[in-house]
Design a protein around this ligand. Structure first.
Ligand SMILES: N[C@@H]1[C@@H](O)[C@H](O)[C@@H](COP(=O)(O)O)O[C@@H]1O
Length: 252
């Protein structure tokens, strides 16, 4: 895993945006994997600045990682709404090429299978953007998720429901308890992965993802088996990594 550091979240966003621009900026029709949550927001802001300055993503396709089950698509905290607000608009994507799992479908399991088929039909994801949960989840692959899991319906861990209650007026009772998520296997099929993490609350999960054993108990640890992963971290998120894991200039 390549690790890049910035003193703060905004700087981490700039670094991640630069990687994305150089990886996919020259492709005529790249396929992006896009995450929601607070982690990628500095990245999207920095990428939006690049779009304002001339980066053209209008022919890019995008596949969101996950969506709540049972939330109407027009709910402001549905990932359909979040992706439209924070990604599609600011990055100048074509809404017709942006895909989000159908968490409001009558048959979510069938919707999961359709989503896998849609990713395959697009010839896979070129670059997957990831955040990480405080419990080491990626997408909504909670502890216990298998390395070869595919897009499916999952139950959210109590900690994730509590963490995400901040998006629902602080009321955990309003947070859906199930979601559709790309699986670990789906995520690992992406040709390149950029994970952004910032803040002290992610430091433990980051250290275990990088230095711990590969285990379903910390789903992000499975990223160790991908050969093109970059972690872009601020100082707080990197604070529990051993010096041996850090870039040479930071470890001195
Ligand atoms: N499903 C999302 C993930 O895709 C996200 O990466 C993670 C971290 O969230 P945040 O970035 O807000 O800390 O948990 C959320 O619940």
């Amino acid at each position: 895993m390549r690790i890049l550091l910035s003193p703060d979240a905004a700087g981490a966003g700039e670094i991640a945006a630069a990687i994305i621009a150089s990886s996919v900026g020259d492709r005529p029709a790249p396929v992006l994997g896009v995450a929601t949550g607070s982690s990628p927001q500095p990245l999207y802001r920095a990428l939006a600045d690049r779009v304002q300055a001339g980066l053209d993503l209008s022919r890019a396709a995008a596949f969101a990682l996950d969506e709540y089950v049972g939330l109407p698509v027009d709910h402001p905290e549905s990932y359909h709404a979040v992706i439209a607000r924070e990604v599609t608009g600011p990055l100048g994507l074509d809404p017709a090429r942006v895909h989000v799992p159908e968490g409001a479908a009558a048959d979510p399991a069938a919707a999961a299978a359709r989503y896998e088929a849609a990713i395959a039909a697009a010839a896979g994801v070129d670059l997957q953007i990831l955040g990480i949960g405080a419990n080491g989840h990626i997408g909504f692959n909670e502890p216990g998720s298998a390395v070869d899991s595919r897009t499916r319906v999952v139950d959210l861990a109590p900690r994730t429901v509590a963490d995400n209650s901040r998006f629902f007026d602080g009321d955990a009772g309003l947070v859906p308890t199930r979601a559709l998520t790309q699986g670990i296997g789906t995520i690992l099929d992406a040709r390149e992965i950029v994970l952004i993490a910032w803040g002290e609350s992610k430091a433990d999960a980051v250290a275990r993802a990088v230095e711990g054993p590969q285990t379903a108990e910390l789903p992000a640890s499975f990223l160790q088996r991908h050969d093109r992963v970059t972690l872009v971290l601020d100082a707080a998120a990197a604070s529990r990594l051993s010096p041996a894991s850090l870039p040479v200039e930071a470890a001195r």
